[in-house]
Design a binder for this molecule. Sequence first.
Ligand SMILES: [Zn+2]
Length: 205
Amino acid sequence: MFLHFIFPTYCPVCEKPTQTKRVCLGCEPQLVSIRHGTVPGLRTPLLACGNYASLGWRSAIHAGKFMGEQQLFSYIAQRMSTRKEIETYLHNSLLVPIPLHPQRLNERGYNQAEIIALTLGTTMHLPAAQMLKRRGSPHPQSQRASGEKYTAAFYFSVQRSQLPRSTRITLIDDVCTSGTTLRLAVSALHAEGYYNIQAFTFCLG
Ligand SMILES: [Zn+2]
């Protein structure tokens, strides 16, 4: 269904007219630039696809005024799904979006991570499921690494715990800055016995 969005005749990144009614060929490389790493402070693999601070990304987010942020995230996820490296990384895994705090979900109306996970799942024929439930909102400033083990269960609860513990899980989020949210999500899954975990984010902050 998301394939049927009408895109403007202007590139949402550079705002120059395009023939293709989507992000122009000149800007597209800025949107998908693959970087491998780990979730900060953990060994959990992390694949990030862009730099949040880059002009392309900021412009693309700004482009919400043209196509709406939801459509933009869906569009970029579609572009990502055509990359072999991303396909290989996500292969055979369950896509699990990081849930938003209910209050933020109310304010925004949708969860970006969920849009990314559902779009990647549909285009790449991978299962996507909300396996985590948000209980509280983390406060990275006041959080010490030593306290995270305790707080993980406070911030996230694990749903669908009937899934085999060997399930390959890819945690999906829109952005990884300090990595606190991803660390807490990984800890919550570890506590339930899931260790086959990796992460995927649109951007590193
Ligand atoms: Zn452009």
